[in-house]
Design a protein around this ligand. Sequence first.
Ligand SMILES: NC(=O)c1ccc[n+]([C@@H]2O[C@H](COP(=O)([O-])OP(=O)(O)OC[C@H]3O[C@@H](n4cnc5c(N)ncnc54)[C@H](O)[C@@H]3O)[C@@H](O)[C@H]2O)c1
Ligand SMILES: [Zn+2]
Length: 368
Amino acid sequence: MADKLHLTLGHHAYDIIVGERLLAKAGEHIKPLLARPHVIIVSDETVARLYLHRLTNSFEEAGIQHRSVIVPAGEGTKSLGEFSKVVEQILEYKPSRDTTLIALGGGMVGDLTGFAASVLLRGVNFIQIPTTLLAQVDSSVGGKTGINSAFGKNLIGSFHQPLLVLSDISTLSSLPKRELLAGYAEMLKYALINDVEFFAWLDKNAQALLAGDVALMTQAILHCCKAKADIVEADEKEKNVRALLNLGHTFGHALEAETGYGDTLLHGESVAIGMVMAFAASVAMGLCAEEDLEQVKAHYKTVGLPASPKEIRSEWNVDALMEHFTRDKKATGSGMTFILMRGIGKAFVMHDADAAVIKRIVTEFVAA
Ligand SMILES: NC(=O)c1ccc[n+]([C@@H]2O[C@H](COP(=O)([O-])OP(=O)(O)OC[C@H]3O[C@@H](n4cnc5c(N)ncnc54)[C@H](O)[C@@H]3O)[C@@H](O)[C@H]2O)c1
Ligand SMILES: [Zn+2]
């Protein structure tokens, strides 16, 4: 079973195909899109060990020539050093302008490969085959690619849309439960931003979906891709809507920065906690009913998402966390901007958020 969404983003149109066991049929889906049946696959060691052979078998059946570049797993590979190694390795395979790069992996591989495709020989096509839930609902849609700098995350990059996104949900069965839930947090984000019906649907179906129900997962992933694409498209006309996708991220980034972007706190977990903090701040400012916050927290309990920084570790430094918000403020020269809530499905951008309330909420959340 596979379902499809046709997206138009900017001047580019492409399909997102979601379904089971798609790796085995990847060659069939991809071949008609290739200018030349020659691809270079980029993957990380973990994903390559699990899935590369399925992909290359299907390319062989379809008569697509392939080479592979395998990089170490983990966010550390999204660096200038690793990026230059990847590009040189790709060049060793003598690509031409009509070679297509294939990103097989999570958001790390997708961002790295997309960026390589955008600069290799002044730009070649690429295809995303995301294998984490986060990559299937978030990083593979929207065309942002890039790597990290010593000065911060994703500071070096480009916009480059793929030719196709092929999301094989069968690959999610090997994903650690924690990674699956972290991706689910980004899924839930779309519901909380502007889709109260989707929240009700998730509230009813999340447990079955996370337990591996194929039909529910397919439906939910396509729904999220459409939600992200709608927001990204709307931003071309209406400035700032894309900022809503940062719901939970301002609080989350501060927590992530304090834990060092590692295994202590996954990105999606930081977003999950950040979204609860955004609701709590909104309740404290009299913008949102407490009932909505309680409903969100109850949902977290059901699915097993962390709702507080204290579930991650006991000691946090409030001033250090606040410093991350004010650093943003200095960078933009305006007030502290947060995505806040008027209720479930009613996110909005608040510039000049009240620093005293934010500090009170952060303090309450991290207090012993
Ligand atoms: N471009 C965008 O718009 C965008 C949006 C959100 C996030 N991102 C980026 O995405 C990255 C995070 O993505 P991620 O969470 O997918 O991380 P990731 O790619 O590092 O994958 C997480 C871990 O899961 C492993 N893995 C991947 N697929 C697996 C599978 N099917 N089975 C078992 N293990 C598997 C990986 O080897 C890795 O160890 C970050 O670099 C972030 O900046 C980009
Ligand atoms: Zn995110």
